[in-house]
Design a protein around this ligand. Sequence first.
Ligand code: FES
Length: 69
Amino acid sequence: MKNRQICLCNGVTEKEILQLVKKGAKNMDEVRKFTLATTGCGKCKFEVEALLKFHSDNKQSDLQYNIEF
Ligand code: FES
């Protein structure tokens, strides 16, 4: 699992977001509440949405996740 930074303003990594999805997070509000991602400049919003959508639709495929943004 990659651990690149998704939200630079709040130091949120891809790994943290994926861990939330595995625990059941399904939307931006839940990710925002637990990580503060998207609460600064907002530039990470589309990437967080893409991660949520991809991993919510493919919960069993996190080990095969190879998409680069
Ligand atoms: S990069 Fe996430 S709020 Fe600025």
